[in-house]
Design a protein around this ligand. Sequence first.
Ligand SMILES: Cc1ncc(COP(=O)(O)O)c(C=O)c1O
Length: 376
Amino acid sequence: MTAPTVSSSDPTLLHELQTPAAIVDLDRLAYNVDRMAAYAAVHGLALRPHVKTHKSPRVAAEQMRSGASGVTCATVREAEVMSEVTDDIFLAYPAVGTAKLNRLMALPPSVRLIVAVDSADANDELAAAASAAGREVRVRVELDLGMHRVGVQGADAAVALAQEVAGTRGLVFDGVTFYPGHIRQPQAEQGEDLARLSASLGETLAALERAGLPARSVSGGSTPAAWRMHEIAGLTEVRPGTYVYNDRTTVAIGACAWDDCAFTILATVVSTSVPGQAVIDAGTKALAREPMPAAADQGFDPGYGALLDRPEVTVSRMSEEHGILDLSRTSWMPEVGDVVRVVPNHVCVSQHLFDEVYGARGRVVETRWAVAARGR
Ligand SMILES: Cc1ncc(COP(=O)(O)O)c(C=O)c1O
């Protein structure tokens, strides 16, 4: 899908857009995409970005152009939309339930589909759907390497499920997958957790080898640990998502600089009546009420977002359409009508609250695109 360009009747400068609006800085986006592609290439890792952050074919196409081998999805809707961009799709989520599975099997036949499973039940459901659709599906066994969300527990359980997959008609055992989402401390302090994870992954990989089922692909990755993934022995593929836009949390962890935050919410100051604060037209329905990690502790409540140009100004409270700016750490005196840009705490959830995104370079709006894979 090509992104529609802003037509001549549309506003072309940021401050002319109706707010709240989702803005992507196109230069920062390109930098983030290229930087991760270069990291993966240098370390000989395949890059399969998670599209849940942007949910946009426009951005996925940019990731594919810069060297991604395919994409990772969490929802069937994402997989459907991303099939416009790539034939290599990994659903890194347990595909359970007939309605979901039927939609998944209806993806274009050209799509080489990979699905994560962590139970014999999910494996059986997947096999039944694949066989009914006459489709071959590659399967990765999901491991719990510390996140404690999904994933089989230990090497023996991984081997048992891999054997089950390998013995199922229509399914092909492709390898293993894990999500190191529990590693969210500052980058420099991640070493111990990464070593522990690497050791238990190593045990599972060795057990699979001994069972005659070597893992062809070993997929893992997140943005907080993105730049240290090469320390995990045996890893073949990384799957960061947030890195494409980044956010306040990523900055706090040290996985990007403030200037790498490509996504902001453009908002207008609508009231300054109450002393010590200003109100913008971006509340929970634009920013989302997402917490900051402990790593962000600077001795004051971090709130729910901060201004791009004045990071000391935070969104301290919100209603659905009101965001309260805390002015206690700034000499800035906002006026009604001022336009600001807010960096959200967690970009994936914030961008999901918008139908479309404007792409800007500096103050000029160059393009806009639909967040096409929103919804179910
Ligand atoms: C299974 C899986 N893989 C990869 C990612 C990407 O992680 P991040 O958003 O930290 O880049 C996520 C994020 O939720 C995930 O759930």
